[in-house]
Write a protein that binds this ligand. Structure first.
Ligand SMILES: Nc1ncnc2c1ncn2[C@@H]1O[C@H](COP(=O)(O)OP(=O)(O)O)[C@@H](O)[C@H]1O
Ligand SMILES: Nc1ccn([C@@H]2O[C@H](COP(=O)(O)OP(=O)(O)O)[C@@H](O)[C@H]2O)c(=O)n1
Length: 232
């Protein structure tokens, strides 16, 4: 992935919040709220892997093919229109993402952009929130605050089903549950940057918590690690 020029000149030391967890655990929802509350920039790193997966499919390739996946990852850049497509939200895109994400060259190609976003957040923001699978363990191991957001697979599948229905994307409940289980297994068992909490992460099971409760607990944790309070 080529580098953007737009976020150069930001302060050398920014606050980084790493939010990891399995599919549909609520990472994105929480990350955006944290970013808004603290005035930080937010990067949903899953979108990068989804874009690579969909690019390979559109080129008629197999997302598990290392060469095809690596080629698509090197071609991706931050202004690429595919990053804003609703097609990235489908189960097909999620499965393709999880396959390309197991290819070491793909992870390497996307690493510099993610790290640069953390150290030089766009718009000169004083901090960055990155969400994904390996932010606290690989991308930003020095992040000041790390959260690992999880929930039972049934709760997560139900949340994702409702989300897809809201977006007008056709989905079948049993397929969504199967997708979660397959991706959980693939993401946790891959050799490179597997899904797991960092040793110093705050692990939060949100199965019985609503988004407001999760947000409050996350704000308290970030405050305890950084001394910061929400500004909005
Ligand atoms: N604590 C929560 N309780 C209920 N629904 C939630 C909660 N957090 C997020 N959601 C909903 O679940 C769905 C998946 O959340 P999202 O933030 O996209 O997860 P992720 O980024 O981990 O895939 C969204 O529709 C979101 O509104
Ligand atoms: N930092 C990241 C982010 C996503 N991914 C991969 O990309 C896929 C899609 O990620 P996502 O965050 O968009 O998925 P959801 O949690 O939204 O379902 C995951 O299943 C992972 O295989 C990754 O390997 N590392």
């Amino acid at each position: 992935m080529t580098q953007p020029l737009s976020n150069q000149g930001a302060p050398a030391r920014t606050v980084v919040v790493a939010i990891d967890g399995p599919a549909a655990s609520g990472k994105g929802t929480l990350s955006q709220r944290i970013a808004d509350a603290f005035g930080f920039a937010h990067l949903d790193t899953g979108v990068l892997y989804r874009a690579v997966g969909v690019s390979v499919l559109r080129a008629g390739g197999d997302p598990a093919d290392n060469a095809a996946a690596a080629h698509a990852a090197y071609d991706l850049h931050p202004e690429h229109p595919i990053l804003r497509e609703v097609a990235l939200r489908t189960d097909e895109a999620a499965q393709a993402a999880s396959k390309v994400a197991a290819v070491p060259e793909v992870r390497a190609a996307l690493l510099d952009f993610q790290r640069r976003f953390a150290t030089h957040p766009p718009g000169g923001a004083p901090g960055a929130v990155l969400d994904g699978r390996d932010i606290g363990t690989v991308v930003c191991p020095d992040a000041q605050a790390k959260l690992f957001i999880t929930a039972s697979v049934e709760v997560r599948a139900e949340r994702r089903l409702k989300e897809l229905q809201r977006r007008g994307i056709p989905a079948i409940s049993s397929d969504v549950l199967e997708d979660m289980k397959t991706r959980d297994a693939r993401d946790s068992q891959r050799a490179v940057a597997p899904l797991r909490p960092a040793a110093d992460a705050f692990v939060l099971d949100t199965s019985a918590l609503d988004a407001d409760q999760v947000f409050s607990m996350a704000v308290a944790h970030i405050g305890s690690k950084t001394g910061l309070k929400p500004t909005a």
